[in-house]
Design a binder for this molecule. Structure first.
Ligand SMILES: N[C@@H](CCC(=O)N[C@@H](CS)C(=O)NCC(=O)O)C(=O)O
Length: 202
């Protein structure tokens, strides 16, 4: 299988970490959807990455569908609990982390527009989502080692990818100082080669 993505997208990073943790053989193609001639719209009509191209040529998207597929693909390092209630809980962590990414990505895109066309109100609404989201993540994590307690899951990967993205694009957000428990979670993730090897860069 082949993963199409970029080196900066937090959603792509989530999938790359899942592939690595589960030791799934794959190729990685760095193909920014915004570049001319990008293959992404061919596989995903939404023109977004990540896309996972299966051996029969089918393109899977988005990141949540891909990780579901990968977790079913092999039992190695199960990242989604089998128990229904716990599984929903992991998915909720992921939805929150990805949702904060969505707001942060929108701000990055807004700030790339010509200055006169940018909306300060739009940016501030999105940034409020980021702030509220971080507060909720920190409150949910509390003093636990991992989002779900003692067991490492997709929730930790999704939260860590969000934190990595904020460090790249919003160095002014002091989430490490404001939420030391999130900083501890990220340090724990850094010990995972899959996370350390995928630090986002332009
Ligand atoms: N919900 C999607 C979000 C994917 C997404 O927004 N990807 C961004 C990169 S960070 C993208 O491809 N943007 C290109 C575009 O919107 O045209 C997922 O989880 O895969």
């Amino acid at each position: 299988m082949k993963l199409v993505g970029t080196l900066t997208s937090p959603y792509v990073r989530k999938v790359r970490i899942v592939l690595a943790e589960k030791r799934i053989d794959h190729e990685f193609l760095n193909d920014p959807p915004a570049s001319e001639g990008s293959s992404v719209p061919h596989f995903n009509p939404l023109g977004k990455v990540p896309v996972l191209i299966l051996d029969d040529g089918e393109g899977l998207y988005d990141s949540r569908v891909i990780v579901e597929y990968l977790d079913l693909h092999t039992p190695v390092c199960r990242l989604l609990p089998e128990d229904g209630r716990e599984r929903v809980e992991v998915r909720k962590w992921e939805a929150l982390a990805d949702g904060i990414c969505d707001a942060a990505v929108l701000v990055v895109m807004e700030k790339r527009r010509p200055e006169g066309m940018q909306s300060a109100e739009f940016v501030s609404k999105q940034m409020m989502k980021v702030e509220r989201g971080l507060r909720a993540l920190a409150a949910g994590l509390g003093e636990k080692s991992w989002c779900m307690g003692e067991v490492y899951t997709l929730a930790d990967i999704a939260v860590a990818c969000l934190l990595g993205y904020l460090s790249l694009r919003f160095p002014e957000i002091s989430w490490r100082e404001d939420y030391p428990n999130l900083a501890r979670l990220e340090s724990r993730m850094m010990k995972h080669t899959a996370y350390a090897d995928t630090i986002p860069r332009d």
